[in-house]
Design a protein around this ligand. Structure first.
Ligand SMILES: NC(=O)c1ccc[n+]([C@@H]2O[C@H](COP(=O)([O-])OP(=O)(O)OC[C@H]3O[C@@H](n4cnc5c(N)ncnc54)[C@H](O)[C@@H]3O)[C@@H](O)[C@H]2O)c1
Length: 459
């Protein structure tokens, strides 16, 4: 099938590439000329595991094209996917300007029946709005508007797209339903379902799913904070709870708050929809409040340890991306923490395997960008683990200890087991678990070589 994807970001590029992979002819369109130029040369603008290989193959086999021209890009397309940004407006509502502007442009250039598919995350009623905009210049027999929310997770986006748990399609048109069914069947060979429903329910499903997942995270963060006060270990609690098949194991990990380009904005947008409908959605409002508070938890732990004035201290941060296996830093908790620590006077040495470029673009040279994770800890008074990249899971702790000025680790993702940390010589504080080697706090004023000798970690 001939397809056009408008918006070639995290969702659009993965969608276009994966549709090409099953034999469709896909043109990805974007207004960012540099991005399109790089993509034409097979260079992905994002880090997404597995994407490069598919990109290269489908470009080579001429099933995947890139253009900045809307009119050229949609030529012959049976379906046009909108994978455009829907950022939060000032009031928290999803900003539909990108979606509606593109719909207006399409209304003037579509010449034959086309299915317009909304893959962006959009509030209930958007399919109707897009329909209205298109109908201003286009005969309604020439198009249908379909809602097709995307559930892929960055970091495993290709796998999620190729093997979705389910596909949700909102449409009241049989003609559009047939097109969508044909397109998605190759990805559902294991028997996972397509749920056809009305447009409004489909749009709401995406917000319900993301807000529910965010709620699980906020619940566990609250639980972790209470565990700290009661002496329980949140890891055991999580495992004990998650083993209940009614609850399930996923999205129960406590940490320093959810981030990324979706959860914060989607929860906010759902709260706004509720407000518009004059409904007080208390749970969703609380999820946001809990998350805002949780993002500050690690910074507060560090200030409790070193004092509120952090000038004179240098800290290492491992992990900047909002989660592992992505370079995405949109609403990443690391950014909030960096702001909190630098505002208190701290100097920072940061490292992330993929997200350094994006952070540098945002923050310039106000922090030190380390060569690798060990360079980051050089001379640091504490190591702060913010993103649970695999390479941080089993570091050479002796090397870390040797390089640091003071042996303290603040772990925002509970990457290390308490048993392991008992065997090392660090003060270790994590989320919802007891502190290990609390007495090391008292050695803060001691010269590092004294600490090293006393602990016998080095010769
Ligand atoms: N990132 C995710 O994990 C994810 C998952 C599911 C759903 N979504 C939703 O998908 C949508 C897109 O998200 P994303 O993360 O891919 O965003 P993104 O910012 O990575 O990509 C959007 C792209 O659209 C382009 N663009 C903007 N205006 C354009 C125009 N007029 N014509 C052509 N291109 C234009 C931008 O240059 C950019 O490349 C959002 O609504 C988001 O909520 C995202």
């Amino acid at each position: 099938m001939q397809l056009a994807i408008i918006g070639t970001g995290y969702v659009g590029l993965v969608t276009g590439t994966c549709f090409a992979e099953t034999g469709n002819n896909v043109t990805c369109i974007d207004i960012d000329e540099k991005k399109i130029e790089n993509l034409r040369q097979g260079k992905s603008p994002i880090y997404e595991p597995g994407l490069d290989v598919l990109l290269e193959r489908n470009i080579k086999e001429k099933r995947l094209q890139f253009t900045t021209s809307l009119i050229d890009g949609i030529q012959g397309a049976k379906a046009i996917f909108l994978a455009l940004p829907t950022p939060p407006g000032k009031d928290g509502s999803a900003d539909l300007q990108y979606v509606l502007d593109v719909a207006a442009s399409l209304s003037k250039i579509i010449t034959k029946y086309t299915v317009i598919v909304n893959k962006s995350t959009v509030p209930v009623g958007t399919a109707e709005k897009v329909h209205e905009v298109l109908a201003a210049h286009l005969n309604t027999s020439l198009f249908d508007v379909v809602s097709n929310p995307e559930f892929l997770r960055e970091g495993v986006a290709v796998e999620d797209f190729l093997k979705p748990d389910r596909v949700v399609i909102g449409t009241s048109s049989d003609k559009a339903k047939k097109v969508m069914d044909e397109l998605y069947q190759p990805y559902l060979r294991q028997g996972n379902p397509i749920h056809f429903m009305d447009e409004r329910s489909s749009e709401m499903t995406k917000y319900a799913a993301n807000s529910y997942l965010a709620m699980r995270i906020s619940f566990m963060n609250e639980m972790a904070n209470l565990c700290e006060k009661t002496g329980a270990n949140v890891d055991w609690v999580r495992i004990g709870m998650g083993g209940d098949s009614r609850i399930g194991k996923r999205f129960l990990f406590p940490g320093i708050g959810y981030g990324g380009s979706c959860f914060p904005k989607d929860v906010k947008a759902l709260a706004f929809t509720a407000l518009e409908m004059d409904y007080d959605f208390q749970l969703v409002n609380t999820v946001m409040q809990v998350n805002d508070r949780q993002k500050l938890v690690l910074g507060h732990k560090i200030q409790n340890y070193f004092g509120s004035n952090l000038s004179g201290y240098t800290f290492a941060i491992w992990g900047l991306a909002f989660k592992p296996e992505t370079d995405d830093i949109r609403d990443a908790p690391a950014l909030e923490l960096i702001g909190q620590l630098t505002a208190a006077g701290a100097k920072l040495r940061v490292f992330d395997p993929e997200a350094m470029g994006n952070v540098k673009q945002l923050m310039g040279d106000s922090i030190y960008y380390a060569e690798d994770q060990y360079d980051a800890v050089n001379g640091a008074s504490a190591l702060i683990v913010v993103t649970e990249w695999s390479e941080f899971r089993n570091p050479n702790f002796d090397r870390v200890f040797e390089a640091m000025k003071h042996p303290a680790i603040f772990d925002g993702r509970n990457v290390y087991s308490l048993e392991k940390m008992q065997g090392c010589s660090f003060y270790y504080e994590s989320i919802g678990r007891k502190i290990v080697h609390d007495h090391i706090h008292d050695t803060l004023a001691m010269p590092h070589d004294t600490i090293v000798r006393e602990r016998g970690v080095m010769d």
